[in-house]
Each structure stands twice: as C-alpha cells, then as structure tokens.
Design a binder for this molecule. Sequence first.
Ligand SMILES: N[C@@H](CCC(=O)N[C@@H](CS)C(=O)NCC(=O)O)C(=O)O
Length: 216
Amino acid sequence: MKSPLTLYIGNYNYSSWSLRPWLVLTKAELPFNIEVIDLDIPGYKNKLLELSDAGTVPVLQVGEDKIPDSLAISEFAAKAVPNLWPKNAEDKQLARQVVEKMHTGFEAIRREAPMNLRRRTSLPMPQDCLDDAAEIDAMWCDLLGRHDGPFLFNDWSIADAFYAPVATRFASYDLPRSVRADTYISEIMSDPDFQDWEMMAFAEEHVLPETDAVNR
Ligand SMILES: N[C@@H](CCC(=O)N[C@@H](CS)C(=O)NCC(=O)O)C(=O)O
C-alpha cells in the first residue's frame, strides 16, 4: 500500500535541510515516498511555492496536509516515535536547544561551506566560518563527554540528524577539528542510512553551478 507520507526534498548532494528530516523519518522507520525537486533550474521556485508559502524544501505531505520545515517534520515524526528525542528530560531539553541553535544559527558555516557531498577541498576558509566550526566542535565534545557516545546524546537522536550535514562540511572543506569531533564525524558518515543518502548524491547528475563554484 502506498504510504500517506511523501517527503519533498531538494537535491541529495546539496540540500542539507532535506537530509535532516529524511534521516529522522528513516530512523523512525516510518514508510514514506520521496519526490525530488531539482533546485535552481527554471521554474523550480514555482514548484516550491505550490508546496508551501515559504517556497523551500523539505515539505512533508501527510494525507491532505503539508508540513514545511525540517524541524516541524522532525517533531511530527517524534510524536509517532518519541525515542527520536533523548528519554531523559534534561537531555531532551538540551537536545532541543542544540537543534534550535542549528536551525537558526551558525550562519557563517552554512554560507561559506555549503553542503556539497561530492566536494573535497583544503583551500583556506574565512575566519567566521572557522569560528563556527570551532564552536560546534566544542559543543560536540561537551555533549559527547557527558555520555558514552557514539552519538551526541548516546543513542541516535534528532540532534544527530541536525548536525549530520555539518559533519559533512567538516569533511568537504577539511575544517580543523579535534580528535573527538573527528571520531563523531566518522560515526555520522559511516552510518548506513547516511550512506544510502550519500550514494544517491553521488549518483545524482543535477549540478548547482553557484554552489560548486564556491572557490574554497
Ligand atoms: N528553515 C527551513 C529552511 C529550508 C531551506 O532553506 N531549504 C532550501 C534547500 S536546502 C531551499 O528550499 N531553498 C530554496 C531556494 O533555493 O530557493 C527548514 O528548516 O526546512
């Protein structure tokens, strides 16, 4: 039977906001259909605006309803599968805080090191991007140090989904990191679900010239 859930996403290689709820729904084992919308080609914005007023992906269609926004989709999944957030109340609150921080902040690393899974470069990065990377590294080390790992709150949670695209940015742009952060990045990038997504990115032919042209 066709699932009533359809996740509209951008391109696998570039769409960091799409990767997050895709991981969440996949970990939740909620069956869903996928529709990819190629970004930055003529007419793509109209397609996005037909889906949501924000004109962005991801959007989750649930029957007749649509949920735009990666965090709202993740919260929808967590209603069905509560252990997508840490069980312990204090951890859960902290996990929400760090997810919110990613959802609204870290603008420099998002701007200067856009997710590009096929990219590997070691060119110098701007200082504000390095500052974001250092802050994220310290935050990961703090969270990992409070638990036994391998994930930010021990078991995999929505917090790991929100930082997975950041882990790939460290790898793509060779951002400086601590040994502990490097181990976490390897954990995220060797996760079988992440690797399924990455395989789709490697197989994808659609190119965003502006992102590929980021010259660092
Ligand atoms: N806050 C939104 C951000 C979504 C977003 O910016 N998505 C990008 C793709 S990764 C997008 O759709 N951009 C529209 C465009 O390029 O015109 C979320 O969390 O879902």
